[in-house]
Ligand binder design. Structure first.
Ligand SMILES: Cc1cc2nc3c(=O)[nH]c(=O)nc-3n(C[C@H](O)[C@H](O)[C@H](O)COP(=O)(O)O)c2cc1C
Length: 193
């Protein structure tokens, strides 16, 4: 079996795309990679809306702009919205695995992608006809890359891993980072309810 570590390590969030559309057969390959993700009890809670229509992409882009971020969404030639009609404890984990499968497959096909977690959920649901009771886990933008990015730094394993018992080297994310994510998470929840 092949080692996919190079695919994993060289994937970056790509936010600049060429205008060229992604052929449908490649879109289907990306979706197929998502379908094969593991999930709790194999419940496969993910559902996808594939957005190729330029007008709808622009509408979603508008609904994803927040505090100056996500301006790039408008340049995507494809967006896949991952939503779930169910709300059990593992939905986010399952859908996260599914999203990563799709982004890695895209990368291996020469397609750039970026997970977008900040968007006005209610507005996006309305635009895409996603049922009110479902939850949108995230949007993934795709396109042929118009930028080349170097590998982004990651925390060294020494700061992440303990063997047998938690060691003192393991670091907690900084207070600034935690506060930023907590506040932005709350803001988006409020806007979508
Ligand atoms: C749950 C989640 C939410 C994210 N939301 C956004 C977002 O709203 N906008 C954005 O530009 N990038 C977003 N990203 C991408 C991260 O910023 C990116 O993955 C991170 O900085 C690491 O960079 P890399 O993907 O290039 O390795 C998100 C990623 C995840 C996993």
């Amino acid at each position: 079996m092949e080692d996919i570590i190079e695919v994993i390590k060289s994937r970056r969030s790509i936010r600049a795309y060429k205008k060229e559309k992604i052929p449908r057969e490649l879109v289907m390959k990306i979706l197929e990679a998502g379908r094969w993700a593991p999930s709790a009890s194999n419940n496969q809670p993910w559902r996808f809306v594939v957005i190729e229509d330029e007008e709808i992409i622009q509408q979603i882009a508008f609904e994803s702009i927040a505090f100056g971020i996500n301006m790039f969404v408008r340049y995507a030639t494809l967006i896949i919205a991952i939503y779930s009609p169910v709300k059990h404890r593992w939905v986010d984990v399952d859908c996260g695995m599914c999203a990563q499968n799709m982004m890695l497959e895209a990368h291996s096909l020469g397609i750039g992608s970026c997970f977008v977690g900040a968007f006005r959920e209610k507005a996006v649901k309305n635009t895409l006809g996603i049922p009110e009771k479902a939850r949108i886990i995230g949007l993934i933008t795709f396109g042929f890359p118009a930028q080349v990015k170097e590998t982004k730094a990651r925390l060294p394993l020494e700061e992440l891993v303990s063997f047998n018992k938690v060691s003192q080297n393991v670091k907690t994310p900084s207070l600034i980072q935690r506060t930023f994510l907590e506040i932005s998470g709350r803001l988006f929840r409020r806007k979508s309810s």
